[in-house]
Design a protein around this ligand. Structure first.
Ligand code: ZN
Length: 452
């Protein structure tokens, strides 16, 4: 430990009233959630899982404090939606003896990985498309395995004495999908891979959050767990049937080999409009390069951490509704007709089922939660779906005095959640289920969970 760091520890412990060490404990867990061969990837891709390039994992921690426990889990899956999102939270809440709102679930959003939506799959079952979105028994087995891992983590939890927070700029991964073309028009079409020397590769990165952030949970000198987050879509290539946690999972695994006693957990930031497109040609070599860049950032962020006693520990949660897409393809009658049409493509029928599941949820009056884990010097918030990076930057601006880690891909029924500016520039995509008007709602709710 550096003298500087030690100084901060001593100062902090002298000056700040703190929770007693034994009041906060952490247990970390991991479990395999790799899809079986033949499973659908990304909800709608034509090529199903042909081989397992590397495994998919659930990784997280349980925090046991003076109030009910808090569970955090990050899944190497594309998305978890609607009833499946509730099921994950309720299952882990039961085993950790806490409530749904205190279970924080996010996906990393890899594309050679599944989309899980129990209500959408039930609708698909009703028209004979059994197991086309996801494999129900496989999903139940994953829930059981992760619940068992959470139970073991609770039993093995150790006192948390400090957290260490750090960040570092990542070298050449993130770029915004938004491009201004030569004729002055705006395009949001810089996807995850581009040809070298193409206009997409040559254009500036645009609006990104350059930093990977890291929160280390310490028990004395021992690191129990590290939560790292960076805002980018996590794909180097996809759609060829090779199941993979992609470069973010590979970087995390490499880091894990070096820190066997500390659980390495990674979460994707708000990156609906962020991809590695500028720097990635989709080749296997490129996956290796992106893995190395992210891994190097994880190491640098860990080395740059400053330790603080946890003088304050709180949890807040706000809930809200987002407007549903008001376009014709998203009307109930239209989606129902597509779902029932056996001449329509399976892709379109799955999209319709997911839209109907979300519409049913909204009409039942079930809002989205915005949870905030407040560790005093750092706050962790989880935003819905493919929230644009503008929301992550907004969260930081709301608390410029603090270390805010904004994570994306919580409840994912929303698909893309554009900023007001992107709506005004007519950002559109068939993976967007929300309508205009998200930004003021998220701004208000972020302010209230981040600034109590
Ligand atoms: Zn995406």
């Amino acid at each position: 430990m550096s003298r500087f760091l030690l100084g901060i520890l001593v100062l902090s412990s002298l000056c700040i009233p703190s929770l007693e060490a034994q009041e906060l404990k952490l247990g970390a867990f991991a479990a395999d959630i790799t899809i079986p061969l033949g499973h659908r990837c990304m909800g709608i891709l034509d090529t199903k899982a042909l081989r397992i390039d590397d495994p998919l994992e659930a990784r997280g921690f349980v925090l046991l404090g003076p109030d009910a426990p808090i569970v955090f889990v990050a899944l190497d899956w594309c998305e978890v939606r609607n009833g499946a999102y509730d099921l994950w939270r309720d299952t882990l809440a039961t085993v950790a003896k806490t409530t749904r709102e205190r279970v924080l679930v996010c996906s990393l959003h890899q594309h050679d990985a599944p989309v899980i939506d129990t209500e959408a799959q039930s609708l698909l079952d009703s028209v004979g498309l059994v197991g086309e979105l996801f494999d129900v028994p496989f999903h139940q087995a994953c829930l059981k395995d992760v619940a068992s891992a959470v139970k073991r983590a609770v039993a093995a939890a150790k006192p948390v004495t400090h957290i260490a927070i750090g960040q570092t700029a990542v070298d050449k991964i993130a770029s915004n999908r938004r491009l201004v073309l030569a004729d002055g028009t705006v395009s949001y079409d810089r996807y995850s891979r581009t040809a070298p020397d193409s206009p997409e590769a040559l254009a500036d990165p645009g609006e990104i959050d350059p930093n990977l952030k890291s929160i280390r949970f310490l028990s004395g000198d021992e690191t129990l767990a590290v939560l790292s987050s960076y805002a980018t879509h996590p794909m180097s290539s996809y759609g060829q049937g090779g199941v993979s946690a992609d470069f973010v999972g590979l970087a995390r695994r490499r880091r894990q080999f070096e820190t066997p006693g500390a659980m390495q957990i990674y979460a994707s930031g708000c990156s609906g409009d962020i991809t590695a497109g500028k720097y990635n040609d989709g080749s296997p070599q490129s996956r290796g390069v992106l893995t190395d860049r992210l891994y190097q950032a994880m190491v640098r962020a860990s080395n740059a951490t400053v330790a603080h006693r946890i003088d304050k520990f709180a949890f807040r949660c706000e809930s809200f509704d987002l407007p549903f897409h008001d376009g014709e393809p998203f009307k109930r009658d239209t989606m129902t007709a597509v779902l029932k049409n056996d001449k329509a493509s399976t892709r379109d029928r799955i999209l319709a089922a997911m839209g109907l599941a979300s519409l049913n949820r909204i009409e039942r009056g079930q809002p989205i939660d915005l949870p905030c884990l407040d560790l005093g010097t750092a706050q962790v918030v989880i935003l819905p779906g493919e929230s644009f990076v503008g929301y992550q930057l907004m969260a930081q601006r709301i608390r410029p005095d603090s270390f805010v880690m904004a994570i994306g891909y919580g409840e994912c029924w929303t698909g893309y959640v554009p900023t007001q500016h992107a709506f005004e520039e007519r950002f559109n995509h068939d993976w967007r289920w929300v309508g205009v008007g998200c930004e003021p709602i998220l701004r208000e709710k972020l302010s209230s969970v981040l600034k109590p």
